[in-house]
Design a protein around this ligand. Structure first.
Ligand code: NAG
Ligand code: NAG
Length: 300
């Protein structure tokens, strides 16, 4: 495989990938895991941020210095408790808003697999993408690869797919070979540019059938890379209709982790919610570029 043949195309869209205000255009496959039949493509606009990725996972959290957790970063304002999930509840929430034309490209597996993805290869990769080793881009690539190489915590399985095909393979291996599954994601219904504001829950939140789930967070990288993970502990997934103070409307996807007793006390959610590990379920909204894979409700 000639790397240089598609290098130009990747680079064209990647020059700003480290910027936290980026979009990702992604084909979401609604697929039948039993195989070939029943495959349907829907196109969704998805957004990406790396800042939001970090509070999602305690292992990643632990990897970072806890000092920046001490003050309230607005991008951590995605957490709430399960008691907040009711009509009329108002809470401050951070949702990144970005320009979809600048999203990192999702590569076909054949191309993605021909590019190494490992910290040992970082110098070679920086050369390949023509980033100096002191650049923001180099730092972002190093961070992303580093987060992908951290061992999962107890009860967690993680994988960083670099193509849609490998994301689907991982999801199938987590949800079971005979389970049909689909992706749900937060959708922005208006063009509000406010990143952080109070939102009110407009309708009774709907629980999404999800005895098992795989959450995939987009990562900053010159092409689309996701951090996907699945936990054994019990989670509940919800669709929540939110209305912002400025008229913004968001069909948000949220997850509630019912057991947080294995989480690091440094996890950002505990300082935001002022609770201790294991004392209460912790919920959070997903930014629009994240994909949450769940079985379809007709799965057996
Ligand atoms: C948002 O803006 C785009 C482009 O300006 C427009 O096509 C689209 O209809 C707008 N959407 C809403 C919900 O206003
Ligand atoms: C949300 O509303 C509260 C109460 O009115 C206000 O104090 C707070 O500043 C608002 N937060 C944001 C992010 O606008």
């Amino acid at each position: 495989m000639e790397l240089s043949s598609f290098k130009g195309r990747i680079m064209g869209s990647s020059l700003a990938f480290w910027c936290p205000l980026l979009h990702l255009l992604l084909l979401v496959l609604v697929m039948c895991a039993q195989g070939i039949a029943g495959r349907k493509l829907t196109e969704e606009q998805l957004e990406t941020t790396h800042k939001l990725m970090k509070p999602m996972d305690q292992k990643i959290q632990a990897h970072h210095s806890s000092s920046h957790m001490d003050h309230m970063d607005p991008s951590h304002m995605i957490f709430f408790t399960i008691k907040d999930l009711k009509v009329g509840k108002t809470m401050p929430v951070y949702f990144p808003k970005r320009d979809p034309s600048k999203s990192p490209r999702l590569l076909p597996r054949s191309q993605a697999d021909s590019i190494p993805f490992s910290s040992k290869q970082l110098p070679h990769l920086l050369e390949f993408f023509s980033f100096s080793k002191d650049s923001h881009q180099a730092k972002a690539m190093e961070d992303t690869i580093g987060q992908c190489e951290i061992e999962p915590i107890k009860g967690e399985t993680k994988f960083c797919p670099t193509s849609l095909e490998s994301m689907l393979d991982f999801t199938r291996s987590m949800l079971g070979p005979n389970t049909r599954f689909t992706a749900v994601a937060t959708a922005h219904l208006t063009n509000s540019t406010t990143l952080f504001q109070n939102y009110t829950i407009l309708k009774e939140p709907k629980e999404i059938f999800a005895p098992k789930m795989v959450a995939c967070h987009s990562m900053p990288y010159p092409y689309a890379v996701f951090y996907c993970h699945s936990q054994q502990s019990v989670n509940k997934v919800y669709k929540v209709e939110l209305g912002g103070e400025d008229g913004d409307r968001v069909d948000a996807v949220a997850v509630c982790h019912l057991d947080t007793s294995d989480w690091s006390p440094d996890h950002a959610s505990f300082s935001v919610l002022r609770i201790k590990p294991g004392t209460s379920p912790v919920c959070h909204f997903f930014p629009a570029d994240n994909l949450v894979w769940v079985p379809t409700s007709t799965s057996v």
